[in-house]
Unconditional design. Structure first.
Length: 228
């Protein structure tokens, strides 16, 4: 036997009963009185959840694609440089294009450090400087910033850019990462000495000697102080 569609009167009775049930709580009463708005809000929330899910899928897909581009660079331009099949200019050109194509992609960070290390190992400090000055913008925390800045300090020193070296090491020493402090302060002392600021050099050497008495660096600090 076929079921009959409910009459308008029956439907109204159901709606009235539903309203009475909803009004038993404050939230339910609000929903009963603002059904259209409530349904609209629910629709917005559902759409937001769906949209977020789609965004995450697209983001993951995009990151996977970008990671593939980075890997291809590592297996081509970087590998050729390591194997001495290309020069620093070719590697830097490829790296510049990589950053242009993947602007702001955090997945470049580790590869950037590898590129900089390979360039520094071959004495190509001008090119390493260009790479590292791009990489610092990708650092997502104090540890990553430390890894970039300590490399920059070495590059700046080798290029005779002592003021830049001082600037990055001062940032390192003021950060929450406390690694190789004795060396950092000793280097700061040396850099200040190189630009003729003996008072600041002395402060840093004394800091190593009095506060970071690691044998090797303390001896060096004492030696520098004795020659000032």
């Amino acid at each position: 036997m076929a079921t009959k569609n409910p009459t308008q009167a029956q439907q109204n009775m159901v709606n009235t009963a539903l309203d009475d049930q909803l009004k038993q709580t404050e939230i339910g009463e609000w929903i009963a009185e603002h059904k259209s708005l409530a349904l609209g809000l629910i629709a917005v929330i559902v759409l937001a959840v769906i949209g977020w899910g789609v965004y995450q899928i697209q983001k993951e897909s995009s990151n996977n694609e970008k990671s593939g581009v980075v890997y291809k660079f590592s297996e081509s331009a970087l590998k050729e440089f390591v194997e001495k099949k290309s020069d620093a200019a070719a590697l830097l050109a490829a790296h510049t294009k990589l950053h242009k194509d993947l602007s702001g992609f955090q997945g470049l960070f580790t590869t950037d450090l590898l590129v900089a290390d390979q360039l520094m190992a071959r004495g190509n400090n001008k090119e390493a400087k260009v790479v590292l000055e791009k990489t610092i913008s990708l650092a997502k925390d104090a540890v990553q910033a430390y890894l970039v800045r300590t490399r920059l300090a070495v590059v700046y020193e080798d290029l005779g850019e002592y003021k830049n070296a001082i600037s990055v090491l001062e940032e390192v020493n003021s950060s929450q990462v406390k690694l190789m402090e004795a060396k950092n302060y000793l280097d700061l002392g040396r850099f200040y000495l190189a630009i003729g600021q003996k008072d600041k050099a002395k402060v840093n050497f004394e800091y190593v000697l009095n506060n970071l008495a690691q044998d090797e660096f303390a001896k060096l600090a004492k030696l520098y102080l004795s020659e000032m």
